[in-house]
Design a protein around this ligand. Sequence first.
Ligand code: PMP
Length: 388
Amino acid sequence: MGHSIASCVSSIGFSAIRRMMIMAQEYDDVVTLGIGEPDMDTPEHVIRAAMDDALAGWTHYAHSQGDPELRQALSESLRANGRDVGPERIQITHGAMGALMAAMRTLLCDGGEVLTPEPHFPDYAAHVGFAGGRLATVRSRFEDGFIVRPEKLEAAVTGNTRMLLLNSPCNPTGAVLPAEVLDAVAEMAVRRDLFVVSDEVYDAMSFDGPAPSIFDRPGMAERCLVVNSFSKTYAMTGWRVGYCYGPDWLMRELIKVVSYSTASASTPGQRAGLAALRGPKEPFAAMVDEFSRRSHYVHDRLAAMPGLRVNRPQGSFYMFADVSGSGMDGRTFAEALLREEQVVVIPGETFGPSCGNFVRIACTVPMDRLEIAMDRMERFMKRHGEMA
Ligand code: PMP
């Protein structure tokens, strides 16, 4: 009997992020601007609370929907921000990844197309593909600050489109979708009867005031699922705790996917999440300030280098730089920068076919390392920038 790999798996490639990290192992003293997670460790009070709870017996399966205390705390925090979401409509998941996977399996199993702006988080293709759907993209442009134009989004809707997938603040561009764009997209979603998944894992990292959410627009209560996570906001990537909330009709079914695929999110991880929500907020606010400081510093340094173009940072900890002025595409640029100056950036092609001239830069190393990386990039651009 022959064995074969499911085409929805074999058709998905490994990401350029992984490839760059493997290549970087060949070099000493590399500054890695490739990593998509806060470099800060989880604050001690969170770790201690989770440890104490684990010692007190919180080591068993959690309820599939999630720890009731955690859902209650999340509901209170959402209500404090004007979103009337009861704990019964919140599902705790294995990271935001678990929420995305569960959402796609619950909504797409019979096929169907998901429309997302490009550049996009590369994993979306796998989340949609593994659920038997197809990811279609609409290009957003550097000149528009990578804010997708609603009319372009609508023009790409077909009879097979089931869902819009938004990510604001965005990985990899750092763009924050403004209220008027969200108004127009929400109005279109209602008119074209589309479901909306809003990936808001970077919502705490919005530098010019709170990032608006499509969830708060008219008509969204019945057709929008928000995906979020403790990973970035609380420097808790390794604890693997995320969550989602949406309409009753969806949450009632989505819990089956979580329950049968992962049983529940990690119990000590959820206790850590509770401690993060209930405890002091200062360490997390300081983290956001630090990402803002780093992003603006990197922006100013890159903008001053001939041959590079970058937008002003708005949120997350990523910059998406146009490197075409170096005469190289993003992949050639990233490989040459590693070879010549031992700095890792991620080729843009991994975020969509229209992104070949870009690289993603993550400000996830401390300021002194960022300064070294910028000095090295400046030297690199002095050698290559005059090709512009
Ligand atoms: N969505 C986006 C846009 C992300 O960048 C990431 C993490 N890189 C995730 C979801 C997944 O986050 P989690 O660690 O909560 O699974």
